[in-house]
Design a protein around this ligand. Structure first.
Ligand code: GLU
Length: 289
């Protein structure tokens, strides 16, 4: 029997212009599918309404076309999927796994006398977890709040989990190290963790190709898949591009944008070919931390 069709995706957040590191990632996701006759999808992760911008979305579409990368089907936009995320949250809520969190960033910092570092920064100290039901009810109607997962309870419910990463090595999921992460934000209907997990399943993604900076987050995504009865894709976390100073290419650190290269008349398809051959511009190296 032939293997089921491979489906990959590129899922940028439109909070800035794409740079060479995005081209590197998009080409890998695209080719992994296309080389095996599969589908390559595009998802715009614009769940953060305050930071996402329409001009960046237009730029992403133009950059991909310039690179010669075409995607299949409609572009999925997270900003249009609040009700889908709410259904997932309801399900987790019904399992008794969520609690509202009223803390501000300042509250959390103040509580962390010796911040306990997790794989993705400081771990939430759990201040709102043990709140009395009456106080919780009163505050829910009156105050902005996020929803956090009770990680210890969720892990106990889900049991041991693992996933296959890149060269078929099996990784044991350790979501507990992340603490009670946010699944619905005060200012957005879902957090990155929830939206990305729900959407990869909704789009039928079989192979997630993304930077190794998101490897740690996969521990949380694997847990959410188990709790929501979603399939687990194979993950391919690729190396990240760094400049000569050893800094990761990033919007912030002034890496040249694809839009600038495009405007300068560079040939995007030729650039994509270079990436495929592993030829990176002088001073740029691919590094796995
Ligand atoms: N939207 C994320 C980003 O731009 C990528 C999400 C993912 O690939 O899982 O960094």
């Amino acid at each position: 029997m032939p293997d089921p069709m491979i489906i990959t995706r590129f899922a940028p957040s439109p909070t800035g212009a794409l740079h060479f590191g995005h081209a590197w990632s998009a080409v890998q996701a695209h080719d992994r599918a296309r080389d095996q006759g599969g589908r390559f999808l595009l998802r715009i992760e614009d769940i953060d309404g305050t930071r996402s911008r329409a001009d960046h979305i237009a730029g992403i579409l133009a950059d991909l076309a310039w690179l010669g990368l075409s995607w299949d089907g409609p572009v999925l936009r997270q900003s249009e999927r609040a009700s889908v995320y709410q259904a997932a949250l309801d399900r987790l809520h019904d399992q008794g796994l969520l609690y509202p969190c009223f803390c501000t960033r300042a509250d959390i910092t103040a509580r962390l006398s010796a911040p306990h570092a997790g794989p993705d920064g400081a771990v939430y100290p759990g201040s709102c977890r043990a709140m009395a039901p009456t106080e919780r009810q009163a505050r829910i109607t009156a105050e902005p709040h996020a929803w956090r997962i009770d990680m210890a309870r969720a892990v106990a419910l889900a049991g041991p989990l693992d996933w296959v990463d890149a060269q078929a090595s099996r990784v044991t999921a350790d979501p507990l190290a992340h603490g009670d992460v946010v699944l619905a934000r005060k200012d957005a209907p879902a957090s990155y963790h929830l939206a990305v997990t729900v959407d990869d399943a909704a789009q039928g993604v079989t192979d997630v190709v993304r930077g190794v900076d998101l490897f740690a987050a996969t521990h949380v995504h694997r847990l959410l898949q188990a709790l929501l009865d979603l399939p687990t894709p194979t993950y391919h976390h690729h190396a990240l591009l760094h400049d000569q100073q050893g800094n990761r290419l990033a919007k912030r650190s002034g890496a040249p944008t694809l839009a600038a290269l495009r405007a300068a008349g560079e040939d995007g398809a030729a650039l994509a070919q270079m990436v495929r051959r592993g030829q990176l511009p002088i001073g740029i190296a691919a590094i796995t931390p």
